[in-house]
Design a binder for this molecule. Structure first.
Ligand SMILES: Cc1cc2nc3c(=O)[nH]c(=O)nc-3n(C[C@H](O)[C@H](O)[C@H](O)COP(=O)(O)OP(=O)(O)OC[C@H]3O[C@@H](n4cnc5c(N)ncnc54)[C@H](O)[C@@H]3O)c2cc1C
Length: 411
């Protein structure tokens, strides 16, 4: 049902104007504003894009939503969701129709990622990696034979092959180009040996873009991008147990003499570094969209509750805004040494905030390891949430503070 809507969509509009805008940004202010006008408002989307948003919204609420909790608890993506994404034409957004794609735009992809994340960030990242990383590498750097062969596998419902992007390794995360996976030429093939880590979609994927070095003596200039299928001998090893996006698979992959034909090199020997940099630069926009959708999803889920839950004879939503303003005022007063009860309230409210913030930072400091449940650092973050709840919730602390301020300032 949704598929028809998407496949009727006209060809890309935003990308064309974006490209011409980029060319003229360096000219005059007048030209710049003309070009910005051509790109269009950030708040108003074309009918095509609104249609895509509505299509994805329906898919997310009708098909994904009922499975979200179960998938998170089982740490497993439901394969029917992946099939559904293919059926609806959401797995080949920018891919040409001759390859089974929707021939839509990058902005439409971003809209879809955002809409999916409002309901489930795991489904969102699955769609994001497949479209903005895997498909884009093939569309941009693949030759015609490669596009014919691989893009239809990655776009059509019939083939339904999910893609993975394999760059990170145990010893190379932020420093991605220190990767150690090696590809040695043997006749007309390359033989890959090494290990990749943190690979999204890899548990369910059939198609893998793999970055390996064909000449370590040349450093990053030896990095080359290969395309391979699981049945070539890729071992899907450890599946991570994670703090979040638990339905999205993240695995370690082992390559033990995996033979890949040389025609499976994408973009030429030694071009993997350039490909990875360019693709990840634009891929980040997808992750930003995922985070935006996630925030909107959390907001829409929680705010209605505050208008139905009553405490002290009125909806708790009525307490929020005014208390916040009073608290800023109370913080200023604290610096001047006001009485004990209010200071305790302030200390607890503030300490629980700091605990949440610092333990969240600690996860980031440990990179991907912090995001798994292996070290326990994520437990501190989960545990910090209780600080805003027991022995007087944060809102109650704010109320206490507000009462003191009211007493001090009212005539
Ligand atoms: C759920 C998940 C999914 C992922 N999916 C994929 C995927 O599909 N494909 C893929 O290839 N990779 C994937 N990754 C890997 C991801 O890109 C890396 O985790 C990330 O690049 C960070 O690397 P790291 O975990 O090794 O942390 P590290 O690089 O070890 O970083 C640890 C800390 O040191 C800091 N740090 C490191 N270098 C510097 C510096 N120069 N300056 C300042 N601070 C620095 C970091 O900011 C971080 O705070 C995924 C990771 C996770 C957790």
């Amino acid at each position: 049902m949704f598929r028809n809507t998407l496949s009727r969509s006209p060809k890309c509009i935003v990308s064309r104007s974006s490209v011409s805008a980029a060319r003229t940004f360096s000219v005059t202010r007048h030209h710049r504003s003309e070009q910005l006008a051509q790109i269009g408002s950030l708040n108003v989307f074309t009918e095509e894009k609104e249609m895509i948003r509505e299509t994805v919204r329906r898919f997310a609420t009708e098909v994904v939503q009922p499975k979200v909790r179960e998938m998170d608890e089982n740490e497993q993506m439901d394969t029917s969701i992946i099939q559904g994404l293919f059926q609806q034409g959401l797995m080949g957004f920018e891919t040409a129709s001759i390859h089974g794609g929707s021939e839509s735009s990058f902005t439409s992809t971003i809209i879809a990622i955002e809409e999916l994340a409002k309901v489930d960030p795991s489904v969102s990242v699955l769609c994001d990696v497949h479209n903005t990383l895997v498909n884009t590498v093939l569309r941009k750097y693949g030759n015609e034979e490669q596009k014919d062969k691989w893009l239809s596998l990655l776009s059509t419902e019939k083939a339904g092959n999910l893609g993975s992007f394999c760059l990170s390794e145990p010893a190379s995360g932020s420093d991605a180009f220190a990767l150690q996976t090696k590809a040695s030429k043997v006749g007309n093939d390359y033989v890959l040996n090494g290990t990749k880590m943190w690979i999204t979609n890899s548990y369910e994927a059939e198609v893998f873009l793999i970055f390996a070095n064909i000449n370590p003596a040349k450093g990053y200039k030896g990095i080359t991008c290969f395309i391979a299928t699981k049945d070539m001998g890729i071992e899907i090893a450890k599946k991570e147990q994670k703090l979040g996006i638990r339905a999205s698979s993240t695995c370690t992959l082992n390559f033990d003499n995996v033979k890949i034909p040389k025609e499976n090199i994408i973009g030429g020997e030694g071009k993997g570094y350039k490909i990875a940099i360019e693709i990840l630069n634009e891929g980040c926009i997808g992750i930003a969209a995922q985070m935006l959708g996630l925030a909107q999803g959390a907001f829409s889920l929680s705010v209605p509750y505050t208008y139905t839950r009553t405490q002290f004879g009125q909806p708790i939503g009525n307490f929020q805004g005014i208390r916040k303003l009073l608290t800023y005022n109370a913080a200023r007063r604290k610096e001047n040494g006001l009485p004990f009860v209010k200071e305790v309230a302030m200390a607890k409210w503030y300490a629980s905030k700091v605990a949440e913030s610092v333990s969240g930072k600690a996860i980031e400091w440990m990179g991907g390891t912090g995001f798994t449940r292996e070290t326990g650092v994520e437990k501190f973050w989960r545990d910090s949430k209780i600080g805003a709840i027991y022995e007087g919730t944060s809102n109650i602390q704010l109320s206490t503070i507000a009462k003191f301020i009211q007493k001090e300032y009212s005539p």
